[in-house]
Design a protein around this ligand. Structure first.
Ligand code: GLP
Length: 240
């Protein structure tokens, strides 16, 4: 199985072997892979070598460890293209997954200066702040804090945000969503978000801030989304 004469280090060869098993379905999602001791025997290598391969696959998000239970095959990450201005609901439905939300808070307030500036609001104009946990097939994927100018959606109410916000804006309000700009960075998850996302501290998460516009460049929403880095992968195609 392994080529001991090869210049490719043993831990890389083991990693490749395990990866192949995961991709080709030899190891099944949610089922424990053989223990470190078993793999040590199978490959006739040191436990350190096996541990190194497994750690790399855990860091890549292909495997996860559970204390006292073993190492398991992770559900593949969602591949989210960085093109197209789509909503979470649309994204999940297009993958055959069931979207759902849990509302954490819904408030009306005068926003901090940065939000007011980006939404082109004067100092006394209010925004709705909607904080939701977004689920796919009942698994927490992201937390989103949306800031929407009250003057654009004055009748926004609890029942409207239980479903899709974009659908409310386009179908109920008959506003035309046109374009958005967004930026993404990796950050460490905050304690309260870790609980909502059901991840341990410290964990890296992907933070995306999107400013979305209606036609005529009217900003209607700023969203700060915190995505589980073990469930999301952002992809784009680039040309030269
Ligand atoms: C995505 C975007 C958000 C947007 C949301 C709307 O998650 N990153 O900016 O607010 O979709 O989703 P929905 O229409 O499902 O509420």
């Amino acid at each position: 199985m392994l080529d001991k004469q090869s210049s490719v280090p043993m831990y890389v060869q083991i990693e490749d072997y395990l990866k192949k098993q995961i991709i080709e379905g030899g190891f099944v999602i949610g089922i424990a892979i053989p223990s470190e001791r078993e793999l040590t025997d199978i490959f006739s290598v040191s436990r350190m070598t096996v541990r190194q391969s497994i750690s790399n696959l855990v860091n890549e998000g292909l495997l996860y460890r559970e204390k006292g239970r073993g190492t398991f095959v992770a559900t593949p990450k969602i591949e989210q293209p960085l093109i197209g201005l789509t909503s979470f609901t649309e994204d999940m439905l297009s993958r055959g997954m069931k979207p759902s939300n849990k509302l954490i808070s819904f408030e009306k307030m005068i926003p901090e200066m940065e939000i007011a500036y980006k939404l082109q609001l004067s100092r006394d104009e209010e925004v709705f702040v909607v904080k939701r946990i977004r689920f796919a097939d009942n698994k927490p994927m992201a937390i989103e804090r949306s800031y929407l100018p009250v003057k654009l959606v004055p009748d926004l109410e609890l029942d409207k945000i239980e479903g899709s916000l974009y659908s409310f804006i386009e179908k109920d309000k008959r506003l035309t969503i046109s374009h958005a700009s967004q930026r993404m960075e990796a950050v460490l998850v905050k304690k309260e978000d870790a609980e909502f996302l059901e991840i341990r501290m410290p964990s890296a998460v992907l933070m995306m801030e999107r400013t979305s516009y209606l036609t005529n460049d009217v900003p209607f929403e700023i969203v700060r989304s915190t995505y589980r880095a073990d469930r999301y992968k952002f992809i784009s195609e680039i040309r030269r």
